[in-house]
Ligand binder design. Sequence first.
Ligand code: GSH
Length: 220
Amino acid sequence: MITLYGDVTKTRANRCSWMLKELGVDYDNKPLAFHPGSAKPDDFLALNPNGKCPTLTDGDIVLYESLAINLYLARTYGAALGPQSPKEDALMQQWSFWVATEIEKPLLLTAAVRCLFEPHGNDEEDQAIALKKLSRPWGVLDRHLQNRSYILGDRFTVADLNVAAVMHFIPIAGIDIGAWPSMQAWLETCLRRAAAIDLRSVDFKVPHPATSRDIFAMFL
Ligand SMILES: N[C@@H](CCC(=O)N[C@@H](CS)C(=O)NCC(=O)O)C(=O)O
C-alpha cells in the first residue's frame, strides 16, 4: 500500500496526488502540513529527515522530493505516463530538473507576493526581477511546444505533469503568460485534466513577512 504524507490543499503533496490519481493507484493520504522550520514529530522525521511534505512510502521504499516521487511512480506504475525507452527516461528527468532549477523559485516568489501571503503584497520591483528570470526558460518551453502537443511529443507523460504541477501557480496568481501562447495552451490543457483537481486552487495563507527581503530569504 502506498502512503502519501502531505496535505494536498496546502503542500507540494498536490503534485503527487495528481500523479497517483492519473495512475488510478490506491493510496492512503496523511494530510500533514508544517510551517517552514516548525518542529516535526519524530516518527515523521524518521521517514524524511528534512521534515518536509510530500513524503511517500511504498512497501519498504521511502521517498521524498515531489518530482522524484513522481518519476518513481511513473517508472513503477506509469504505463503511458512513464518512460518507454532510456531516451524517454532521460528526457523526463531533464524536464523535471529543468522546472525545479529554472522555474520553481522565481515563480514561487511571484506567487508569494501575489497570492500566498496575507495581506497580498504588491512589490512591483520584486515581481519584475522574478518575471525577468522566468522569461528565458518560458521562451524555451514555448518554442519546444510550438510543434508538439506535449513535452515528449504526442502523449501526456510525467514530464508534462511535473512541469505543469510546478507551474500551477501561474493561473492562481493571475500571471500573464500571453507572450508564450504555445506554453499557455499546453498549461491549460494539462491543468484541465480531471486528475489535476488538487492544483486548481490553493489553501495556503501565511502572514506577510515584514519586508520583501524576508520573502527573498524564504524562497531564493
Ligand atoms: N523540494 C521539496 C520541497 C518540499 C517542501 O518544501 N515542502 C513544504 C510544504 S510545500 C514543507 O513541508 N515545509 C515544511 C518546512 O519547511 O519545515 C519537494 O519538492 O518535495
